[in-house]
Design a protein around this ligand. Structure first.
Ligand SMILES: Nc1ncnc2c1ncn2[C@@H]1O[C@H](COP(=O)(O)OP(=O)(O)OP(=O)(O)O)[C@@H](O)[C@H]1O
Ligand SMILES: [Mg+2]
Length: 1081
């Protein structure tokens, strides 16, 4: 089962009764008994309807854990056992959900736990409201403003170790969804007299002790302070250390809190400098010094503290020193300077210290406000938490207590007004049947204090402003006259003689019967404190200080802005600000926490019945319960009531057209609510029992759940539908686009195909047309040709008679001329090469050119031959002559000849002069060498050959050994008679010598050489060249006789007989026959 579904009630496991409305029987005893019973079971909270009664447990209880916060979160007020969290939750939800600004009014006397309660409310709201980085920062700053203000504004008193010495009202601002945006703190009159003097058993403000015990040595040195409390006049020693208060740790907490709130390091330091300066100021002491005129003037005893203080605040020492000795009074352009006596100097010193401290405190509040103020101008919802100094009765009560108690009186007044008075008045106004319940209304006491004509504050102001000597006594005298008749005012000397003998009432005092008890006020100091005067010399000295805060704290010290008007008195200011506060609270929905302390000893588990019953009485708790029991737990105007619950019945839902009251009647009837449970007022419905309200709320919650389901259903349906419609719309768009795209593609395809088909058809058509056109053109050409011929024929026929005689010849000549021209032009291109042996000649084109053609051929050949000859050299000529000679000798006679035609006759094949081997031969040859070659000398014995060098000059031929170059024979050419060769294709030749010559003895030579043609031709030419000899005869036959030394041998050539195939062989057949076989051609 989920947490939300757990059905619990205030009535579950109840100790005593959780709500005193349920107390039976109702009497003061049972009420106190109930409180005691609950207190002893650690149930410190009890309800009276929606008012929370809180008992101070004086010890920490495990009821403020995160689990508890969760437990009370979003639960109905009466659902769980009473707790301050239930009230906080109710207030927060009402603010968040119903848009109602709230205020939490925490009342009770000093030490009852108001400040603690206010912190619990704030921490609960901080825990349940929105989260997030920015929101958390705001929360943290709001929460951390408490330690800062407590350090500077709280002190130990006899009633409370952490007593608030100032009033605090904090507006926490929220946005529309209930997230905190920031806050504004208002402070009310700090009890500044504590700075200079503390009653017995009490301490100065915490900060002084925290600074001295918590600051590091370095910091103390900077601030020129000493850790020892006893060194400072302003710090009372009797309770400098308080049990359970760790000043050093609290100092660290303070520093941390200041940092979180957003104080800069310099700002913190400046503030601490001021605190140090106040301590130093307290140590300045004065001594009297007589002057010549008999008056006494004050002098500072020891200037060291003054010097250090001036250094801390950046004040010129002399200026301050003078301000403590003289006082300048300005009146209508006149300045009068009077000396101060010692008492006045002390007064001035203390006034300065008090002002310095209280102004610094106000600056701190403003500075915190600057940090925590909401950063938006959007509309804000506000929850105000009021934690004011509690009602207090000391041994010695002064102006401060008077002010504090007045404030509490006003709060009680507002409580009475809103809960008791207003409630009863409302019943009457609304016409509800009602029997009045008597209760004490403290309006009369408020009037005694604040009445503008004869109220105590007005009297005090009057005294302060009155010319002439004004003292506290004259003020008391005035009160004695004006307030003497008042029931709640008592004084010894008042006309009301009943107090004349009351010794508990001293002469310089007056007593007021406050709602919470009688308080005796000593008038001493009332006038001064109300005047709150600070000598102008001092404020000007402070303004001149070279310190970042001093100009802000003492603006009236600015010489440029001298204001002769009196500043408003402290009492007046306080009354005005309390008035504003009350008006402010009245615009908000109030939530009450009424704090009670169980004992005076700050002790846990001690329940002092007398003390509690006193508080119960003055707080009017009994009346509260009675009114509550007789009355109605809840009321609401018809319109908002109908608006809130109209969904619970069909006729009123969703719209009710008639009057709201009728609607509510229908609604309640429909819901079967018993008639005794509610009443119809004129403009409101009154519900007697919270039960009924819870019933309505529960029904509404269920109904809202159903409605939420319905809304969700409709919303989901709507969302799905819109989503579907969107999808559909999108689908249509997508489909349209796709179709368009597909059609575009298809169209493109068709278009392309069409273009192709078109182009084919066009091509085909064009070709057809072209064909026709070509045909037509050809027809036209043919026609025109035929026409031309026809015309020509006609014309010729027509003109033949005129042409026949001359035209034929002319045309003939012209034609012939053209043909010849063409013939020559063609001949130019087809003319044969320049080679004389080139026999080619172009074909004859026309029959009639035959003669010319052959003629031209001959001319061309002759010209070619001439050209050829003209390019002949002498050497070439000789070679050709030799060749011609060879042709004459051998052509058609020897088969070897045709092979030699292509070989050039080189003559010297051995290059004898270059070859060193043939050096000897060179010497033999004294003439030009015509031929040098290697030949074969045929051995007559076996027909085999031996290589010989054959040399030929103009005069002789020489045979020499091929290897050694040894000359074998040198025969003069005249000795040579003839040369014999065969007709065949062989190289054999025989050189025959003349019988009678000198060389004949050697015999003829039978030689063979491949170059036979060249050798023989050269031999023949050499012989023919010399005119003195017969030319050498050359015999060409296949059989010839060779005369070797002794015998003659016949050399016979036969064809094809050889076995050696292709080579020529020579064989000796017998003594007389050498057979040479030559291969067949
Ligand atoms: N709910 C609580 N649980 C535990 N201790 C508490 C609680 N409420 C108060 N106290 C104790 O009582 C002391 C006094 O409480 P607190 O300072 O809130 O009183 P006060 O009503 O603000 O007094 P004053 O009017 O002097 O400022 C606290 O310091 C704390 O020790
Ligand atoms: Mg307090």
């Amino acid at each position: 089962m989920s947490k939300m579904e757990v059905k619990t009630s205030l009535l579950d496991n109840m100790i005593g009764v959780g709500d005193m409305v349920l107390l039976e029987p109702l009497s003061e005893e049972t009420l106190i008994d109930n409180l005691r019973k609950r207190f002893s079971h650690n149930e410190i909270y009890t309800y009276i309807g929606s008012v929370v009664i809180s008992m101070n447990p004086y010890r920490s209880l495990p009821i403020y854990t995160a689990d508890k916060v969760e437990e009370y979160r979003n639960r109905n007020f009466y659902e769980l056992s009473p707790h301050i969290y239930a009230l906080s939750d109710e207030a927060y939800r009402s603010l968040r959900d119903q848009d109602k600004d709230q205020c939490i009014l925490i009342t009770g006397e000093s030490g009852t736990g108001k400040t603690e309660a206010s912190k619990l409310v704030m921490s609960y709201v901080a825990a349940v409201c929105g989260k997030g980085q920015e929101v958390n920062k705001v929360k943290e700053q709001l929460l951390q403003s408490n330690p800062v203000l407590e350090a500077f504004g709280n002190a130990k008193t006899v009633r409370n170790d952490n007593s608030s010495r100032f009033g605090k009202y904090m507006d926490i601002e929220f946005d529309f969804k209930g997230d905190p945006l920031g806050g504004v703190i208002s402070n009310y009159l700090l009890e500044k007299s504590r700075v200079v003097k503390q009653p017995r058993g009490e301490r100065n403000f915490h900060i002084f002790y925290q600074l001295l015990s918590g600051a590091s040595e370095g910091m103390l040195k900077k601030l020129k302070l000493d850790q020892d409390f006893s060194k400072y006049n302003y710090l009372s020693l009797d309770s400098a250390t308080v049990n359970g208060l760790d000043d050093a740790a609290n100092f660290r907490t303070l520093r941390n809190a200041m940092q979180i709130v957003g104080f800069l390091e310099e700002e913190v330091h400046s503030v601490l400098e001021l605190v140090a300066a106040v301590l130093k100021l307290g140590n300045i002491e004065f001594k009297p010094e007589s002057r010549v005129n008999g008056f006494e003037e004050s002098r500072i005893k020891d200037k060291n503290d003054l010097k250090e203080m001036c250094e801390l605040l950046g004040i010129e020492q002399l200026v301050l020193e003078r301000a403590f000795s003289f006082r300048t009074v300005e009146a209508k352009m006149e300045k009068v300077s009077t000396t101060l006596n010692v008492a006045q100097a002390y007064y001035a010193r203390d006034a300065l210290a008090k002002n310095l401290y209280s102004r610094m405190f106000s600056w701190l509040v403003n500075r915190i406000n600057e940090s925590i103020k909401a950063k938006t101008t959007a509309r804000k919802k506000v929850m105000g938490v009021l934690d004011i100094y509690g009602f207090e009765i000391f041994e010695d009560n002064s102006f401060e207590q008077f002010i504090i108690n007045y404030c509490n009186e006003k709060l009680q007044q507002i409580f009475i007004e809103l809960t008791l008075c207003e409630e009863q008045e409302e019943y009457i106004r609304e016409g509800i049947e009602w029997t009045n319940i008597a209760y004490f209304n403290n309006a009369i006491i408020c009037d005694l204090i604040e009445n503008n004509q004869n109220g105590i504050l007005a009297m005090l102001d009057e005294e302060c402003l009155r010319p002439g000597t004004v003292t506290d006594e004259t003020f008391l005298d005035k009160l004695n006259i004006v307030c003497a008749e008042h029931q709640h005012f008592e004084s010894r000397l008042s006309k009301n003689s009943k107090f004349l003998t009351d010794h508990s009432l001293p002469h310089n005092c007056f007593r007021i019967q406050h709602y919470a008890g009688k308080v005796l006020y000593r008038v001493e100091g009332f006038v001064d404190k109300n005047n709150d005067l600070l000598y102008r010399d001092l404020s000007q000295a402070m303004y001149k200080a070279n310190h970042r805060l001093m100009k802000l704290l003492f603006p009236e010290g600015n010489p440029a802005k001298v204001n002769l008007k009196r500043p408003p008195t402290a009492g007046f200011q306080f009354k005005a600000s309390v008035g504003t506060l009350m008006r402010n609270l009245q615009t908000k929905n109030p939530n009450y926490i009424r704090c009670i302390k169980p004992n005076d000893k700050k002790a846990a588990r001690v329940f002092s019945e007398s003390l509690v019953s006193h508080q119960v009485r003055y707080l009017g708790l009994m009346e509260n319960v009675r009114v509550r029991r007789a009355g109605y737990a809840f009321r609401q105007a018809y319109e908002p009531c109908l608006e809130r619950y109209k969904m619970l019945c069909k006729p009123t839902w969703p719209h009710w057209k008639d009057l709201a009251r009728k609607g509510v009647e229908v609604l309640f009837k429909d819901l079967n609510i018993p008639e005794e449970e509610f009443s119809y007022g004129r403009s409101k419905i009154f519900i007697r029992n919270p039960r009924t309200l819870f019933f309505l709320e529960e029904r509404r919650r269920q109904c809202l759940e159903d409605l939420a389901t319905l809304i969700q259903k409709i919303y989901r349906g709507w969302k799905c539908r819109t989503h579907f419609l969107l999808l559909k719309k999108s689908q249509v768009v997508v489909a349209a686009w796709y179709r368009r795209y597909a059609q575009q593609q298809k169209y493109k395809k068709i278009k392309n195909s069409t273009i192709v088909v078109q182009s084919f058809i066009r091509g085909w058509k064009a070709r057809k047309i072209l064909r026709e056109l070509k045909y037509q053109k050809r027809c036209k050409q043919a026609a025109s040709t035929i026409a031309a011929y026809w015309h020509g024929m006609l014309v010729r026929r027509e003109y033949r008679k005129f042409f026949r005689a001359n035209a034929g010849k002319k045309i003939y000549d012209f034609t012939i001329q053209k043909i010849i021209q063409k013939y020559f032009c063609d001949l130019k291109n087809t003319i044969p090469s320049m080679s004389p042996i080139d026999k080619s000649w172009p074909a004859r084109p026309f029959q009639f050119l035959e003669g010319t053609h052959q003629h031209l051929r001959r001319i061309f050949h002759l010209w070619r031959g001439k050209q050829y000859r003209s390019h002949f050299t002498e050497e070439k000529k000789a070679i050709y002559e030799e060749k011609l000679e060879a042709s004459k000798i051998f052509k058609d006679k020897k088969a070897l000849y045709p092979g030699s035609v292509g070989q050039p006759f080189k003559g010297d094949y051995l290059e004898i002069d270059k070859n060193p081997k043939y050096q000897k031969l060179n010497i033999v040859l004294d003439e030009k060498l015509l031929l040098a070659d290697v030949v074969n000398k045929v051995n007559r014995a076996n027909g085999k050959g031996a290589s010989r060098i054959f040399l030929l000059t103009k005069k002789n031929f020489v045979l020499a050994d091929q290897k050694s170059g040894q000359v074998k024979a040198s025969i003069p050419l005249p000795d040579l008679s003839s040369v014999s060769v065969s007709t065949h294709n062989d190289g054999f030749f025989a050189l025959k010598l003349k019988q009678a010559s000198a060389s004949a003895a050697k015999g003829d030579f039978l030689l063979s050489s491949d170059r036979l043609i060249e050798i023989i031709t050269k031999l023949h030419r050499t012989g023919a060249a010399s005119g003195d000899r017969e030319p050498i005869t050359i015999d060409i036959s296949d059989e010839f006789i060779v005369q070797f030394k002794q015998d003659k041998v016949c050399v016979k050539f036969i064809q094809g007989g050889s076995k050696n195939g292709n080579s020529v062989t020579c064989k000796r057949k017998n003594n007389r026959l050498l057979e040479v076989s030559v291969p067949s051609p």
